[in-house]
Design a protein around this ligand. Structure first.
Ligand code: RFL
Ligand code: PHB
Length: 395
């Protein structure tokens, strides 16, 4: 097979890239190791930045997002059993939208298939070859067990943190920054209406907790757990008790309970591999960088990378200009490092980190009080949370 852009991975990065390229008249083939059903159900991110929603709207991918997405104009910081609202829209003129990542994935797959886009699910043994030539290749075994090869002009490595793309780059060509935290997230999806109209980020001596949502009928909740914690140690009752304790308010807080539909543990990790390019291979999204979920940035960074990559590839294929491909990595990394800092900052402020020393604990409280009482501090948080405008990172 021959195509212009071979895309590894049908997560948000790979799918959005294939659609943006299609709008520019550039051909691509996406290969994905999981089944369509699996990627359409995989429960992950839930918060779309202002700019992410704009990208999806401009690309004609927002019919359902416009109908079902829940626009949010603020979040709550909860500590010492009190709420402190950060009015994001009042402070920045921007907002965020609650809309599940798997809904974004479903929407793009439907649009790609309607346009006869080539998406190959359930492939195995994906390998990348000849990346430093102008004819790189992807080989894999398809769902029927047949060996396949795609010859392309460019390969987009959109296969997430554990994919093959980054691992296909010789180690001496990458700078790796890796930071692992002591705590992880235990997340549940519950069949019950949200208990509050906005997200609540809670700092409590027993650990961080987050109240989020997916729809007017479904609540998404998280508690901080030890990095080595096992899901089987957490009965439904233990999860709810912990949530009640951590989300408590002095004036009382009614937390709605309901059947738990999904649960999982996610590690907190900060990771950057740079440059995000090796020859004709371009990394986008989680394959190049990971953030702890506390800033709600991972999916949004994937979208921002792909927006830059689609432009660079347009200039390359339609104008034969490679300047934007040459600056791709540095153009993305400005936003990536801003989000790395913000996600680390939110995690450092909100998590309890069992065993943290008293000095660190007082610093956390000082930062929380400052953010809750200073408009300058709140505005900085709000600006990052809603997402730095593209004009800022395009500068
Ligand atoms: P993905 O989504 O991991 O997609 C990569 C795809 O590549 C496939 N793949 C391969 N395909 C072919 N051959 C191979 N060898 C392959 N190896 C892997 C995989 O099956 C997969 O389909 O990466 P992408 O597209 O870069 O998207 C990144 C986002 O998924 C991720 O950053 C976010 O989910 C992170 N995240 C959040 N981000 C936000 O912006 N806002 C949030 O509120 C937010 N909350 C979260 C999150 C992530 C979480 N977890 C579970 C990691 C909450 C959680 C709990
Ligand atoms: C979610 O709804 O899954 C969610 C929201 C905000 C975060 C992380 C996850 O910071």
């Amino acid at each position: 097979m021959r195509t212009q852009v071979g895309i590894v991975g049908a997560g948000p990065a790979g799918l959005l890239l294939s659609h943006l390229l299609h709008l520019q008249g550039i051909e691509s083939i996406v290969v994905e190791s999981r089944s369509r059903e699996y990627v359409e159900k995989r429960l992950r991110a839930g918060i779309l930045e202002h700019g992410t929603v704009e990208v999806l709207r401009e690309a004609g991918l927002a019919d359902r997002l416009n109908r079902e997405g829940l626009p949010h104009e603020g979040i709550s910081l909860r500590f010492d059993e009190e709420d402190h609202r950060i009015p994001i829209t009042e402070l920045t003129g921007r907002m965020v939208t609650v809309y599940g990542q798997h809904e974004v994935v479903k929407d793009i797959i439907a649009v790609r298939l309607a346009a006869d886009g080539q998406l190959e699910f359930e492939v195995t043994d994906t390998k990348l070859h000849d990346l430093t030539t102008d004819r790189p290749r992807i080989t894999y075994t398809n769902a029927e067990g047949r060996a396949e090869e795609i010859e392309c002009d460019v390969v987009a490595g959109c296969d997430g943190f554990h994919g093959v793309s980054r691992q296909s780059i010789p180690a001496n060509h990458l700078n790796i920054y890796d930071h692992v935290y002591e705590s992880a997230w235990l997340g549940i999806l519950a069949q019950t209406p949200p208990s509050h109209e906005e997200l609540i980020y809670t700092h409590h001596d027993r650990g961080f907790a987050l109240h989020s949502m997916r729809s007017p009928e479904r609540t998404r909740l998280y508690v901080e757990v030890d990095r080595t914690e096992k899901l089987e140690n957490w009965s439904d009752r233990r999860i709810w008790d912990e949530l009640h304790t951590r989300l408590a308010l002095k004036e009382g807080f009614d937390l709605n309970e309901g059947p738990i539909l999904d649960r999982g543990i996610t590690q907190n990790r900060s990771f950057v591999a740079e440059p995000m390019r090796y020859g004709r291979l371009f990394l986008a999204g989680d394959s190049a960088h990971i953030v702890p979920p506390t800033g709600a940035k991972g999916l949004n960074l994937a979208v921002a990378d792909v927006r830059i990559l689609a432009r660079a590839l347009d200039a390359f294929f339609s104008l034969k200009k490679s300047e934007l491909m040459d600056t791709y990595s540095q153009d993305c990394l400005k936003r990536v490092w801003r989000a790395e800092h913000f996600s680390w900052f939110m995690t450092s402020m909100l998590f309890s980190f069992r065993g943290a020393d008293p000095f660190q604990k007082e610093l956390q409280k000082a930062q929380l009080r400052y953010t809750a009482t200073s408009e300058a501090a709140a505005k900085s948080l709000a600006e990052n949370y809603a997402g730095m405008p593209f004009e800022w990172s395009d500068r």
